[in-house]
Design a protein around this ligand. Sequence first.
Ligand code: 4AD
Length: 472
Amino acid sequence: ELHLSSLISVESASEGEHVTFYARVHHIRPLGSKIVFVIFRSQLTTLQGVLTEEAGVVSQNMVRWAEGLNRESIVRVEGVVQSPQDGQDEVHSTRVHTKEVRILKLFVVVGPTVSLPFQVEDVARPEEYYHREGAQFSRVNQKTRLANRVLDLRSPVNQAIFRIHAGVCTLFREFLLGERFLEIQSSKFQATSTEAGAAVFKVDYFRRPAFLAQSPQLAKQMCIASDMERVFEIGPVFRAENSNTHRHLTEFTGLDLEMRFDSHYYEVLDTLDRMFIHLFRGLQERLRAEIEVVKTQFPHDDLVILDKTPRIRFAEGIRMLKEAGWKEEDGSEPDEWDDLSTKAEQRLGELMKEKYGADYYIIDKFPLEARPFYTMPDPEDNRLSNSFDIFLRGEEILSGGQRIHVAPMLEERMRDDGIDPESMKEYVDGFRWGCPPHGGGGLGLERVVMLFLKLGDIRYASLFPRDPRSFP
Ligand code: 4AD
């Protein structure tokens, strides 16, 4: 009976064991006229196969035929596990193995019908590989990779990235379910914009204008007003910002939560902090192999997570920047009453690393002016707000805070912002009818994956990325 093993289990099989497995042909290398090495690949790993001419077992024709196999063919292989006889092909393998397979039979299940725009092994190479002896890799630029994403996604590094991507959702959900949160799915059709500004995608809703949700902000607050107490959502978020940067997408996955609290919004902040620690430690423990595979292409140090997350106030962050003599490109000093620019965030990240040794930290008490209308002012100083951002390696991954739950105050803040409360009646009614004090936050999945793994560009953390320029 056929027993199909994965490549990983082939490696853990003992010498002399017969195995049958499916894999892709990753690379082919003849050695003389009687031997051909076929490097097989499956998801995260490669494995070396050797086909040697042998009377009564492997014919010369078969060796010739194998030399001409199309790369990326899916093959079914029957063979015997052995320790590498003629050494390992380290250049073309994703890692050094202790086993190889002596090929007895090899069937092509299905193969490519056209020539490939690039080879999968070309995409996932650290710089040093291009200069190795015997290596014949061509560089593939990001545009070509993304334009042929299905092929690109086959690389072990991409396979690892999307396992980590899934891991973030699993750990987020796992933590919150354990804290009695209710998972919700809110509508992505909205009658009004949810985050300040005009960055919304308009759609035609049976001849009425509608918008794609910029966040589940209003919906999750309405759930609190509906007595659901603690809710979270994992879902798509749409932003029509024409931002062509390394960290903006027009569609990303939002991981949002909202909760009622008893006496202070730090109950929300503490929950978020514990969630992130669970998330990052969980990734580091459960997806260790995947992280190591990603490092082969995107070298980075593991994220440093302290037992106690550093928390500073916004004004303190500005003071640190000023003391370090940091200035914006136009020469202006960072402003205590204005939001942080990307460059300022990054510099502050370096300063936080120097001072606390932390890659992950919290900045509390943002200026009210820099926050959306639903943000609760700080009762001790109403130029400030009870809101915070959470950072990873010097870039924002989450924003959150306490929300205004008192209707007259909310209506006033809306009017100040030029929003007619009646245009958001369903939302405002929830507060008019009484809503408990609450707060929450939202993080961007792709942003977290990009920064956790230091990918340098958010597109690498999105399956089929959408940005202002790229659209199929
Ligand atoms: O800071 P944002 O806009 O906050 C909200 O949406 C609030 N409703 C959250 C809350 O509960 N108060 O977005 C939250 C996070 C950011 O920290 C960032 O990680 C990510 O979403 N994000 C983006 N990711 C990719 N592309 C974009 N254009 C993003 N904009 C925000």
